[in-house]
Design a protein around this ligand. Sequence first.
Ligand SMILES: C[C@@](CO)(OP(=O)(O)O)[C@H](O)COP(=O)(O)OP(=O)(O)OC[C@H]1O[C@@H](n2ccc(N)nc2=O)[C@H](O)[C@@H]1O
Ligand SMILES: Nc1ncnc2c1ncn2[C@@H]1O[C@H](COP(=O)(O)OP(=O)(O)O)[C@@H](O)[C@H]1O
Length: 299
Amino acid sequence: MTHSVTVRVPAKVNAQLAVGAPRPDGFHDLANVFLAVGLHDEVTVTPADELRVTCSGPDADQVPLDTTNLAARAAIALAARHGIEPAVHIHIAKDIPVAGGMAGGSADGAGALLACDALWSTGATRDELLAICAQLGSDVPFSLIGGAALGVGRGEQLTPLEVGGTFHWVFAVADGGLSTPAVYGEFDRLTAGTDVPEPAPSPALLAALRDGDTAALADVLGNDLQPAALSLRPSLADTLAAGTAAGALAALVSGSGPTTAFLVSDAESAHKVADALRTSGTCREARTAVAPAPGATVV
Ligand SMILES: C[C@@](CO)(OP(=O)(O)O)[C@H](O)COP(=O)(O)OP(=O)(O)OC[C@H]1O[C@@H](n2ccc(N)nc2=O)[C@H](O)[C@@H]1O
Ligand SMILES: Nc1ncnc2c1ncn2[C@@H]1O[C@H](COP(=O)(O)OP(=O)(O)O)[C@@H](O)[C@H]1O
């Protein structure tokens, strides 16, 4: 009998993204405080004659369906490790904005890995799965574990963080994406000739997360890639201003952008800010979500 496995996997926002100087390998050391948010992709794997990827959802036409897709790469990596053929149909039901700084591709990589692991009963340990995630991309291990975590190194070395409450967010989705390497490259250009400090997590931010204190968190959110994203996409300043004017407690670019993230006090404020953003003409769409969300989960 042909059976399928479906995994639900969350998007992320970076509550803090402290970026160091470029390393010899081209990556940047980070202090990356990840928070999983309740916008999800669903990845379904079904036995097939050969590897095939399909995608549905409003942004599906922007998702590569060849072996550059992180979900396909995850299936290939797991199969190679266990000496089996990656003969699966991977379907991605995509709800996370594409190339938006919300780690949608990473989510699909982690989701496909967990789904194939369940389908093939490989018996892989959690550490083995996390090691494969880290090979696929810096953000992929976090997509597997979800919740909240501090990522150091290039973001792949994770320490889970305690979160003492629920945080309400609004996300303004921009037209078109921004390339992550281009944003890091712009960061290098903007900081050239300056002394870039070693990235370190903010104690005040970790305390605000632990206490579930929205007002305290709003005061300390930070993204070192924001000037670079704004330099490449100056119109994001209008989106940030529109959300702030509508009552958001804090506004920042999500990771490498161009999605912008707004921390709000409660669900009612989230709907008000989302409505204002939709009518502001400064974004394509606005979504509300709560954090933290669980990591990749078989459904
Ligand atoms: C910026 C962040 C913040 O969480 O995510 P997004 O906002 O794009 O989702 C991440 O650092 C993105 O992680 P991810 O998208 O997994 O990056 P990777 O595939 O590992 O690397 C893509 C490219 O980004 C740059 N890169 C990535 C991570 C890092 N610590 N330093 C870097 O310089 C490098 O140019 C690298 O070649
Ligand atoms: N499963 C996937 N979903 C989305 N994009 C993917 C996927 N696999 C590979 N990509 C590629 O990764 C790029 C970055 O997409 P994404 O992960 O959504 O954004 P970000 O890195 O900004 O969080 C896309 O432009 C696309 O070419």
